[in-house]
Write a protein that binds this ligand. Structure first.
Ligand code: ADP
Length: 454
């Protein structure tokens, strides 16, 4: 087993990884930027190294500084968390070249799945259904328009290197297509350093269903079931739950088999997620694979009792998976992402000092957070404050528990999305489970405080 793990991340996920390491008896090294000196991950790690100024480019994204920190602190492995360098194949390669274990898949696996067009081809080769689209990247707008007409409008133009809900543009008809195509290309180039884009059919009201994958170096690859992440804003997830109310056991098995088949095709090692879109007619398609731990992994942890991060560390050290199907599932789990953002102002970030912090608790309630009273949310990074995860014996109990937990979750000093999340929980369609990726777009009044709320 590893002796000392450096966590190349910050915030709640850095704390999450530190906890897993401590349980495994592994020493930890925190890295932090000048803006994160007062962070809990720095306090809870055995060792810490400042890696530079606040901007991520000069700290959390700076590979030489992170490798140097690992060498100075004597770490034999690096856990990248999510975001930052987690899906950077070059980083994984440099770790290995520096004799430091990368807790994640191989650089080659990251590379194949990180290129969405290449990932589609890999899936198609093993007959996992993919969304109808161009067979690969498209160079010029004329060729692209030809594909778009073939597939039928609306279409979505996606950056091959895209991620985080960025680098996508929907085109509804041939007249706006060329403009959208050019915009998508230049956005992709400036955001991801590659102007490569491809075309996909834009599905009307799909659900986002993803499968948690775990693989080891001994050829075992399994899935831990699905998460339904259909409640999104601008293609970014806000609420996740499991099991999905849209799946029958039969469909779960079909989709799960496809996900495992996809992961097996590249001999995937570690924790990963196969994301799919599910149509109302129950047809489903591979969308992409994330080759890292995901924000919403606690949903599956609570439902199955499996500690995914510990499992991730164990398999990176060469151990076999400690779990085998059938995976037990208990009740229903819902997760809300609590952000320092103002829904009434287009979810504009609201950094600043947290004066009052009172977390919810009780049976079936898990809170993953790095904030505390007196903590200042810096303006430099994403605005996730906490993940609130509630479990119940059934969906109704989980939902009610989430409502009560949100009501007793007090954060003062910064504007948070807690009242917004409470409104979603009280929404009739959400309660009925009648959601898809366009749900929030239709229910736009959820963004505003009701007038009689005062
Ligand atoms: P990212 O890597 O940026 O997260 P994804 O490819 O995972 O991007 O897509 C994110 C979200 O965008 C999906 O959950 C879905 O809501 C929407 N989306 C992506 N592709 C399509 C499509 N072909 N049709 C409809 N919605 C889509």
């Amino acid at each position: 087993m590893f002796k000392k793990v450096l966590i190349a991340n910050r915030g709640e996920i850095a704390l999450r990884v530190i906890r897993a390491c401590r349980e495994l008896g592994i020493q930890t090294v925190a890295v932090y930027s000048e803006a994160d000196r007062e962070s809990l991950h720095v306090r809870f790690a055995d060792d810490d190294v400042c890696i530079g100024p606040a901007p991520a480019r000069e700290s959390y994204l700076n590979i030489p500084r992170i490798i140097a920190a690992a060498e100075i602190a004597g770490a034999d492995a690096i856990h990248p968390g999510y975001g930052f360098l987690a899906e950077n194949a070059e980083f994984a390669e440099i770790c290995v070249a520096s004799n430091i274990n990368f807790i994640g898949p191989t650089a080659q696996q990251i590379r194949v799945m990180g290129d969405k067009a290449a990932a589609r081809n890999a899936m198609q080769a093993v007959k996992v259904p993919i969304i109808p689209g161009s067979p690969g990247p498209v160079e010029d707008s004329e060729e692209a328009l030809k594909f778009a007409r073939e597939i039928g409008f609306p279409v979505i133009i996606k950056a091959a290197a895209g991620g985080g809900g960025k680098g996508m543009r929907v085109s509804t008809d041939p007249d706006d297509f060329t403009r959208s195509f050019q915009l998508a290309r230049s956005e992709a180039l400036s955001a991801f350093g590659s102007g490569e884009v491809y075309i996909e059919k834009y599905l009307d009201r799909p659900r986002h269903i993803e499968f948690q994958i775990m693989g080891d170096r001994h050829g075992n690859i399994i899935h831990l079931g699905e998460r339904d992440c259909s409640v999104q804003r601008r293609h970014q997830k806000l609420i996740e739950e499991a099991p999905s109310v849209a799946l029958t056991q039969d469909l779960r098995e079909k989709m799960g088999d496809a996900a495992v088949k996809g992961a097996k095709s590249i001999d995937y090692v570690g924790a990963g997620t196969i994301e799919m879109l599910l149509n109302a007619d129950k047809s489903f398609y591979f969308m992409e694979m994330n080759t890292r731990i995901q924000v919403e992994h606690p949903v599956t942890e609570m439902l199955t009792g499996v500690d995914i991060v510990k499992e991730q560390i164990r398999v990176a050290a060469g151990a076999r998976l400690s779990i085998k199907p059938p995976i037990e599932r208990r009740g229903h789990v819902i997760e809300c992402r609590v952000n320092a953002e103002d829904p009434a102002r287009n979810f504009q970030p609201s950094p600043g000092r947290i004066d009052v912090f009172h977390p919810p608790g009780g049976p079936g309630v898990r809170l993953d957070t790095h904030v505390y009273a007196g903590y200042t949310v810096p303006p430099f990074y994403d605005s996730l404050l906490a993940k609130l995860i509630c479990q119940g014996r059934d969906r109704q109990e989980a939902l009610r528990r989430m409502q009560v937990a949100l009501e007793s979750f007090i954060i003062e000093g910064v504007t948070t999305t807690i009242p917004f999340l409470a409104r979603v929980m009280a929404n009739k369609h959400f309660q009925e489970g009648a959601v898809d990726t366009k749900f929030l777009e239709r229910e736009s009044e959820l963004m505003r405080e009701p007038l009689n709320a005062a």
